[in-house]
Design a protein around this ligand. Structure first.
Ligand SMILES: NC(=O)c1ccc[n+]([C@@H]2O[C@H](COP(=O)([O-])OP(=O)(O)OC[C@H]3O[C@@H](n4cnc5c(N)ncnc54)[C@H](OP(=O)(O)O)[C@@H]3O)[C@@H](O)[C@H]2O)c1
Length: 297
């Protein structure tokens, strides 16, 4: 019998790829706080707000999952500085609601975390690097990790960074922003001092599928094969989409005056997940071509 997977935040950027990738192999219940108007009927869907423990309890009781894949998160990094309570409620309390509701059941909990739990002084980071978030979003993601690690339910924590992919339901997509701006011949400024290994959502979805099948446990980093700055990433987007890269200007993060401080020298080392799952990581141009073709996963 196929494993039953309850997905929260299923209609976000990562959720879209995860539903496509997992749907042929597992019985899914895809949930989010708002159901999108146009949703492909690949699996059962429902709306749950993870900040409501009763709703978490009800869905776990009725669906009886073997795995909870917790993608739901308040992901607005600058917004988290001004809406601290909301960020904590969704990212920490929401996780706690699911963990408490899952207690005593025979299931695995998968939590998606971020390189923003690190300070960006000396990345890329390994799984055992010391967390030290420099902004509230990072603190709340670390708070979510701690809830998962402190519970009694077996768990996997996937840490990832700079996600991109086909994003039909989400407004917040770096690739879409670059492509739409350059298509409209609009000049854009992109930071050249923030490093990471941008991650195609389709690749991470594949790793999650294998992690469920092989029933692994612990903390794992997952990121793309190349380390580069946001500016270099934007240049690659322009190249793959055949757009004018001269419209992209490099700037430094301090010129942006963003409410949330950013970890600069960040990114994630990926040897552990590559060895554990026997995975091949993908390069940026290959993944961008997939996204351009509309390949979700
Ligand atoms: N994006 C990145 O670069 C990145 C990097 C590292 C880690 N991550 C992590 O990866 C995971 C997926 O991120 P993503 O990029 O797919 O983010 P996303 O597109 O913002 O998706 C998050 C989803 O969570 C939903 N959500 C928010 N509050 C909720 C609540 N109270 N109850 C139920 N659902 C709620 C959102 O729905 P609404 O939009 O309708 O509120 C949204 O669909 C998150 O845990 C994030 O922290 C992301």
């Amino acid at each position: 019998m196929a494993k039953k997977i309850l997905i929260t935040g299923a209609f976000g950027q990562l959720g879209e790829a995860v539903v496509w990738e997992l749907q042929p192999h597992f019985e899914l219940m895809a949930t989010g706080d708002h159901l999108p108007e146009k949703y492909l009927h690949l699996c059962e869907v429902d709306s749950i707000d993870v900040t409501d423990r009763k709703q978490c309890n009800q869905i776990i009781n009725s669906f009886q999952p073997n795995v909870i894949l917790h993608l739901a998160s308040y992901t607005n990094v600058d917004g988290s500085e001004t809406n601290k309570e909301l960020a904590w409620n969704v990212n920490v309390k929401g996780t706690e609601n699911l963990i408490i509701s899952a207690k005593g059941r025979n299931l695995k909990f998968i939590y998606i975390s971020s390189d923003y739990i690190f300070d960006g002084e000396n990345g890329p980071y390994a799984e055992d690097s010391h967390p030290s978030p420099v902004n509230y979003y990072g603190r709340s993601k670390l708070g979510g990790e701690n809830v998962v690690r402190g519970g009694t339910v077996p768990w996997i924590i996937f840490r990832t960074n700079v996600l991109y992919g086909v994003a039909s339901h989400t407004k917040a997509s770096f690739v879409n922003w670059v492509v739409e701006s350059l298509k409209a011949r609009k000049s854009i400024r992109v930071v050249s001092d923030q490093w990471g290994n941008p991650t195609w959502t389709g690749g991470l979805a594949e790793a999650i599928k294998m992690a469920v099948i092989l029933d692994i446990q612990g903390i794992f980093n997952y990121g793309g094969a190349e380390f580069l700055t946001r500016y270099e990433f934007a240049q690659k987007i322009a190249k793959v989409y055949d757009l004018d890269a001269n419209l992209i200007t490099a700037i430094s993060t301090d010129k942006l005056n963003q409410p949330a401080k950013r970890p600069l020298k960040s990114g994630l080392k990926t040897e552990k997940i590559e060895e554990t799952l026997g995975l091949r990581l993908y390069g940026v141009e290959y993944c961008l071509r997939k996204v351009k073709e509309g390949v979700v996963a």
